[in-house]
Design a protein around this ligand. Sequence first.
Ligand code: NI
Length: 172
Amino acid sequence: MAIRNMVYEGDPLLRKTSREVTVFDDRLGTLLDDMAETMYQQNGVGLAGVQVGVLRRVVVIDIGEGKIELINPTILKTSGSQVGSEGCLSFPGQFGLVERPDAVTVKAQDRHGNWFELSGTALLARALCHEIDHLDGIVFIDHASRMLDPNETLPKNKRRVTAHVKKEKTDK
Ligand code: NI
């Protein structure tokens, strides 16, 4: 594994649309491993391929409950809403107030190409929306109702995070 170089605010790459992953090989596995290592090194909860300069639809998330890898993810449904503080490893030290759905279900492939569905609430729902946005060149400041003062603290979303994974039987 290796730490990859990060792409930061101002880099036009962050505004590009990432391409679908079509080859599920060792190279993809290495990319995912490197992305996780890069995310953990910076204490992040999520990272998209574009943030390490790879314009592919790949995401890693870990909100403290284990690593989630999402290849070619799409949002199937959302419900509710939550407003809270949000940041991004590509925007160090910046936080904004962002409204997101409170529950999200996504469909994605794992590193071997198998489809599954993942439902998450609270912080996981927020992370899913944030990372999938990155794949379409959208960043959190686009959604922020306002940016937070560096010393401003907001009450945390106390709602318990739930996550549910369902393996899909659908044929491709
Ligand atoms: Ni981000």
